[in-house]
Design a protein around this ligand. Structure first.
Ligand code: C5P
Ligand code: MG
Length: 190
């Protein structure tokens, strides 16, 4: 089994690279952000709860996203592996993911971080906002808050995976194909 955490700030390219990697290795791509947006679009109770947080660029409570991840893992008992995109976002989520993995006899092989500097992140997010219709990509204030929340709550996870010797930063700038090559080389060596 190959389980990978694809890590990075908002706009780092996690979704794009996760989709490519999932296709190449026949892995299940789990994006908590995509799942939450689908819940919002379908008008579910979960979606209604999540919307207020997402619109402000804040996090949905840990237990809510953890329940989503647990249920997704259980819905794919025959998976060759999972790519976690946008999860974990807090150290509590990272710890729970490890417990969940252990429970199911699985483990995270690597946490790959896409490194992109802040100016480039903002540029990418505004560009995506102009085409994707994502409200949280359209407001500079919300974008700034998401990056700030990333630094405060998500970046500390690096230390968590570093201690486990699973932290692998790669350059997340340049052509999408070049970034995929870097990612592919790393994953081949796992
Ligand atoms: O991962 P993505 O950028 O698509 O997530 C969009 C939004 O979904 C985040 O800004 C956040 O509000 C919410 N989210 C969350 N917790 C997660 C993943 C996403 O609160 N683990
Ligand atoms: Mg994404």
């Amino acid at each position: 089994m190959l389980n990978i955490v694809l890590f990075g700030a908002p706009g780092a390219g996690k979704g794009t690279q996760a989709a490519i990697l999932a296709g190449e290795h026949d892995l299940v791509h789990l994006s908590t952000g995509d799942i939450l947006r689908k819940e919002i679009a379908s008008g579910t109770e979960l979606g209604k709860q999540a919307q207020g947080f997402i619109d402000k660029g804040e996090f949905v409570p840990d237990r809510v996203v953890i329940d989503i991840i647990r249920s997704q893992i259980e819905q794919h008992p025959d998976a060759k592996g999972f790519i976690f995109d946008g999860f974990p976002r807090t150290t509590a989520q990272a710890e729970t993911l490890d417990r969940l993995m252990t429970e199911k006899g699985m483990q995270i092989a690597s946490m790959v971080a896409l490194d992109v500097e802040t100016g480039e992140l903002v540029k990418r997010l505004l560009k995506r906002g102009a085409s994707s219709g994502r409200a949280d990509d359209r407001s500079l204030d919300v974008i700034r808050n998401r990056i700030d929340v990333y630094h405060r709550k998500t970046e500390p996870i690096i230390g968590y995976y570093h201690t486990q010797k699973k932290y692998h930063p790669i350059d997340g700038t340049g052509d999408i194909a070049d970034i995929s090559d870097r990612l592919r080389r790393h994953v081949k060596g796992l």
